[in-house]
Design a protein around this ligand. Structure first.
Ligand code: UD1
Ligand code: CA
Length: 465
């Protein structure tokens, strides 16, 4: 059964004290409202409507959703007023309308399904939560038999009503036709001068429409974000959930509290991840991969048995950075977009690789730069050597064929090719192609000067001209 799905995201989020609209603040790298939309994406929906208002243009430009349409709420006169703006877009053939909050990112799809099922196009279904500290929340009013009578907003509640610990989560499912009628009857005669969506509960009760209030399974999934503190709290809860999922699937996290995944990890067996790592985008970790402490890894495919030593930064883009089987990378290495390392390649400390391919067994162990280069098997690329790949206008390629030995501190001025088996003398600036199996030396010869005296400091007081 397809429903109308309405997500409210027009509020200002004053307490974030931010120029960015609240619902665009990232949680695990994704906008808060995007979490809600992504979670609900698999639900069959006849209409998906996002209510925007504060920062509407930015929100509409940034969120992604199949078949998503926007209803603008200008100005923002309350949650009831918000849903009123969505009415023209609702499909009346869809008997149930789900209403969700854009700032409650951990809501589960199962919960929305349960709400919709409880509504079934005839009842008003509310999601509620028992809170240790319910202040700020609308309270669920019940009669002596436990039947729901209505929702009282915190600011309108009496002292006695404020003792009630059952709060409204901001999520409900309502019969579409009744919702239309009830929203038309809202007034703003309350402490905040707003049109409260929650007022429809008393209307349902007055008309004898059954009201079902279901308690949420977990507190996390109904927590909203109002300030940076709550955002950080939800971030840790979300990261914990992801960490637990990975550990149950066999990944060894040395400390799940110091693990951050802002995307997805696809992994084999016996993967181990040390503390303080951040993973972004799509990351594949083959069997037995080990990631050292404090690595940042984005869009990468790391093959079986590879070891990434601490403090390494791997940053792929749409094209993944590739690390071959058994390769060793880091510590303090940097792999940029287009870096493709073959089997058992070694990349050591302070080595940067960009848009370059290194064939099996090639090594660049210290302080080096490889950009726009093709490096053959077993090449040894010496400390301090760089490819000068950019002439100020265009990028050029460097080709280093198999078994070349590049001495320390060489500059390879691209475009240039070094033939298989050749050796480049340390300190050489290579700007012309080198045929195979030669020694190329391109530096000034050493001169020895007899009788040369090192300058000495003059004693104090003497004239220094
Ligand atoms: C609302 C509920 C309250 C509930 C609480 C749970 C009402 C009147 N009150 O209160 O019972 O306990 O959520 O968090 O519904 N929004 C708009 N347009 C507006 C106002 C709000 O789109 O004019 C959106 C916000 O962006 C947010 C959601 O509605 O996503 C909730 O708004 P918020 O101001 O946080 O509602 P509360 O007053 O906290
Ligand atoms: Ca709120």
């Amino acid at each position: 059964m397809a429903h109308n799905i309405v997500v409210m995201a027009a509020g200002k989020g004053t307490r974030m004290k931010s120029a960015l609209p609240k619902v665009l603040h990232p949680l695990a790298g994704r906008a808060l409202v995007q979490h809600v939309l992504d979670t609900m994406a698999p639900l069959p929906a006849s209409r998906r409507i996002l209510i925007t208002g504060h920062g509407a243009e930015a929100v509409e430009a940034r969120v992604l959703g199949e078949g998503l349409s926007f209803a603008r709420q200008m100005p923002q006169l309350g949650t009831g007023h918000a849903v009123q703006q969505a009415l023209p877009l609702l499909d009346d053939a869809a008997a149930t309308t789900l209403i969700l909050n854009g700032d409650t990112p951990l809501v589960r799809r199962e919960t929305a399904e349960q709400l919709a099922a409880a509504c079934a196009g005839t009842c008003l279904a509310l999601l509620t939560v028992e809170l240790a500290d319910p202040s700020g929340y609308g309270r669920i009013l019940r009669d002596a038999s436990g039947a729901v009578l209505g929702i009282r907003e915190h600011k309108d509640a009496s002292d006695a009503e404020r003792q009630i610990r059952e709060g409204y989560t901001g999520m409900m499912a309502a019969p579409t036709a009744l919702l239309r009628r009830w929203l038309g009857q809202l007034t703003n005669d309350n402490a905040q001068g707003e049109y409260y969506l929650t007022d429809i509960v008393a209307m349902a009760v007055a008309e004898g429409v059954p009201v079902v209030a279901t308690l949420a399974g977990s507190e996390s999934e109904v927590l909203g974000v109002n300030d940076p503190l709550q955002l950080a709290d939800l971030e840790r809860r979300f990261q914990r959930q992801q960490a637990e999922r990975l550990m149950r699937a066999g990944v060894r996290l040395l400390d799940p509290a110091r693990f951050d995944l802002r995307g997805r990890i696809h992994h084999g067996c016996d993967v181990q991840i040390d503390v303080g790592c951040v993973f972004e985008g799509e990351v594949e970790l083959g069997d037995g991969v080990q990631i050292g402490a404090h690595c940042v890894i984005k869009n990468a495919r790391i093959a079986a048995g590879a070891v990434i030593h601490p403090f390494t930064h791997i940053e792929g883009d749409a094209q993944l950075v590739e690390v071959g089987e058994g390769a060793l990378v880091g510590p303090f290495a940097r792999l940029r977009p287009g870096a493709r390392l073959g089997r058992e390649v070694h990349i050591g400390n302070f080595v940067e690789v960009k848009n370059s391919q290194l064939a099996a067994g090639a090594k660049a162990n210290h302080l080096a730069y490889l950009g726009d280069a093709e490096v053959g098997e077993r090449v040894n690329y010496g400390a301090g050597s760089i490819t000068a790949n950019y002439d100020g206008a265009a990028k050029h390629r460097t080709v280093i064929e198999a078994d070349v030995h590049v001495g320390s501190n060489c500059v390879l001025v691209a475009p240039v090719r070094v033939g298989a088996g050749s050796t480049l003398g340390g300190g050489s600036t290579i700007s012309k192609d080198v045929p195979p199996d030669r020694l190329a030396v391109a530096r000034a010869r050493q001169v020895l000067i007899e009788g040369w005296k090192r300058p000495t400091k003059k004693p104090k007081g003497e004239n220094q001209t």
